[in-house]
Design a protein around this ligand. Structure first.
Ligand code: 5GP
Length: 189
């Protein structure tokens, strides 16, 4: 997606050689026009997949997932980051290490909204090592739902997440792939 590459070059900043700050586009502020373009692009790529639901993890995955769900005409379900230690028998949950925050969080999805009759498109903002994705994939598997594929806005291809998922046979579609952040420069694949 050339438009997204241009916006990243103009508005992102490099925090370290493996972390990109995307607050102006993805993680703090949202551009509705760009977000709708991204959502429509995911919807186009997965149009033939008979998706019944788009699923993401709160919070940065929500806007683009909403845009894709609106275009596909299906509901959006977002995994919540659990803030209670009380186990909910009606929820599926997984423990996920956070790449940027250096902490572990639990994500949960209610069994009521994800069932074996669903075929889901999982969308997320950024993939690094793939821990967040692996956590949600486990939840999807345990619900009995079918995973049609994963849509990622920014894949950092120099980290192993996207590659490992593809090696597992999962369809992963990224809008942009970043090859490197070395030398203070964003290099796309
Ligand atoms: P993973 O679980 O794949 O290692 O990391 C994915 C999550 O960590 C993303 O949902 C995102 O919130 C955060 N993350 C990973 N790398 C970056 C990065 O370079 N920049 C920002 N802003 N967030 C990142």
């Amino acid at each position: 997606m050339e438009l997204l590459k241009e916006r990243i070059l103009r508005e992102a900043s490099i925090l370290t050689s493996d972390v990109l700050k995307l607050d102006g586009l993805l993680n703090h502020q949202v551009d509705p026009v760009l977000t709708m373009e991204m959502g429509r692009e995911f919807a186009r790529r997965f149009a033939e997949e008979k998706i019944t639901k788009v699923i993401t993890v709160e919070s940065s995955g929500i806007p683009v997932s909403f845009a894709a769900a609106l275009t596909l005409g299906v509901p959006l379900l977002f995994a919540r980051r659990k803030k209670t230690l009380i186990a909910d028998p009606e929820a599926l949950s997984e423990r996920v290490p956070s790449f940027t925050k250096g902490i572990v969080t639990d994500i949960m999805v209610s069994k009521e909204y994800l069932t074996a009759s669903d075929r889901v498109l999982f969308i997320d903002d950024i993939i690094a090592n793939g821990d967040a994705a692996r956590g949600l994939i486990k939840i999807i598997e345990r619900s009995g739902a079918d995973l049609a594929g994963i849509g990622i806005v920014v894949e950092k291809s120099f980290q192993a997440g996207g590659r490992a998922l593809r090696e597992q046979g999962i369809r992963v579609e990224s809008l942009v792939q970043i090859a490197s952040l070395e030398g203070g420069k964003i290099t796309f694949v």
